[in-house]
Design a binder for this molecule. Structure first.
Ligand code: HEM
Length: 401
């Protein structure tokens, strides 16, 4: 097997992840790489190839039982990362760890809450939270911590059924998990699982108008399944959301032409959100997957058991798919009816379940920010968090005018 041509932990990639992958794309849509865990695998960067692997039932999230080199049970992979055995059942039950019928069963148990019609009913409440947060901002602010995080946290927690006094703990837990220090992750996961078990018991005893109360009423889910769902939803619903808002706000502050287009044609806001997810999406890498059979992707032969890392950020800026790929062009999306290959929310069976909610929040939050503060501008150059998986800023300091 050939040597890795790229290391996704390379500072040149981390400092500007999108452009860092240009040279990888130039080498072809599939190449050998050193992956975030330090192991070797296949990096898939081409737009068509990323969609093909994410939609292929022969590409699995759970490597358990796969033949060939690189195959490891999911348990072994987690244990190798220092996960205590008592955490394994929750990690195994997480949506992104499951394939096939088991994944479909768990996803179906909550999908009714994320359909476009039900999500649309949340618009007035999202607008109210946005307006209150904007009212509370001073002349300067860190938009990430004072606007994006509080909004994302409030919306997903109200939907799931996590009460306001507990939001600060979730914020802290989310940061520990994203920072990735194994010594802090284990106790944090322990706290989260214990908290969620308590919450499950409370909702079973005293149901309310929230998703968790609906889920505990379903009799085909175990408490471990339910805890894993709550953890995943709250984390996915606030971390990625907050960074999408911050990345997109910064991109628009730096693009007066697109902003002025949105002022003259506000109906373009939904298209703007889709395009900003393409150019500035917060999820750089999909979850690591594994080939279940020998296969060919982008002309490259991949063996059963090999790890496959799809790079969403690179696929979304693939010149084979997009003319001037680094340029946000709101009309590009509008004229293609929306999807045209954008993998910022993933693709295939694990396509983001929260997509309608994420789009609604982003549209309301960004539009309201720029309407209230038409001349809002960044102060200084916001630094990147050096993470291979996410495209996150440390903070977004702005002057509000
Ligand atoms: C309200 C906010 C959100 C919620 C509740 C949410 C929820 C979820 C859930 C439950 C999944 C797993 C789906 C499955 O395995 O069946 C998922 C996957 C995903 N989400 Fe979201 N999400 C949210 C926001 C976002 C945002 C803002 C982005 C990025 C722009 C994003 C990107 C993704 C991606 C890329 C995946 C697929 C990962 C993979 O296949 O490896 N999500 N999301």
């Amino acid at each position: 097997m050939s040597e890795p041509v790229v290391d996704v932990r390379d500072p040149a990639v981390l400092d500007d992840p999108m452009r860092g992958y240009d040279r990888v794309l130039a080498a072809g849509p599939v190449c050998r790489a050193r992956l975030p865990d330090g192991g070797e695998g296949w990096l898939v960067t081409g737009s068509a190839e990323v969609r093909a692997v994410l939609a292929d039932p022969a590409v699995r999230n759970d490597p358990t039982g796969l033949p060939g080199r690189g195959a490891q049970t999911q348990e072994e992979a987690f244990l190798a990362l220092g996960t205590p055995p008592e955490h394994l059942p929750y990690l195994r039950a997480s949506l992104l760890s499951l394939d096939g019928a088991e994944h479909t069963r768990l996803r179906r148990s909550i999908s009714h809450a994320f359909g476009a019609t039900r999500v649309a009913t949340l618009r007035p409440r999202v607008q109210q939270i946005v307006d209150e947060l904007l009212d509370g901002l001073g002349a300067t602010a860190n938009l990430l911590d004072e606007y994006a995080y509080p909004l994302a946290m409030a919306v997903v927690c109200e939907l799931v059924g996590v009460q306001e006094p507990d939001w600060a703990a979730w914020w802290r837990w989310g940061k520990v998990l994203v920072d990735g220090d194994p010594a802090r992750i284990t106790p944090t996961l322990g706290e989260m699982f214990a908290y969620c078990h308590e919450l499950v018991d409370k909702r079973r005893a005293d149901p309310r108008e929230d998703l968790l109360s609906e889920v505990v009423a379903q009799d085909d889910l175990t408490d471990v399944d339910t805890v894993a769902l709550v953890v995943f939803l709250v984390l996915a619903g606030h971390e990625t959301m907050a960074h999408l808002l911050s990345n997109a706000a910064l991109a628009l502050m730096r693009d007066p032409a697109q902003l002025s287009l949105l002022r003259s044609e506000p109906d373009l806001w939904p298209a703007a959100v889709r395009e900003l997810v393409r150019t500035d999406g917060p999820v750089q890498l999909a979850r690591l997957r594994y080939a279940a059979t020998d296969m060919e992707v982008g002309g490259v032969r991949i063996r059963a058991g090999d790890p496959i890392q799809a790079v969403l950020g690179a696929a979304n800026r693939d010149p084979a798919q997009y003319a001037c790929p680094h340029k946000a062009n709101i009309r590009r999306q509008a004229s293609h009816g929306g999807r045209e290959g954008n993998v910022g929310f993933g693709w295939g069976p694990h396509f983001c379940l929260g997509v309608a909610l994420a789009k609604l929040e982003a549209e309301v939050a960004l539009r309201s920010l720029f309407e209230r503060f038409p001349a809002v501008e960044p102060v200084g150059e916001p630094a990147w968090v050096p993470l291979p998986r996410g495209r996150h800023r440390v903070a977004l300091e702005v002057r509000l005018r």
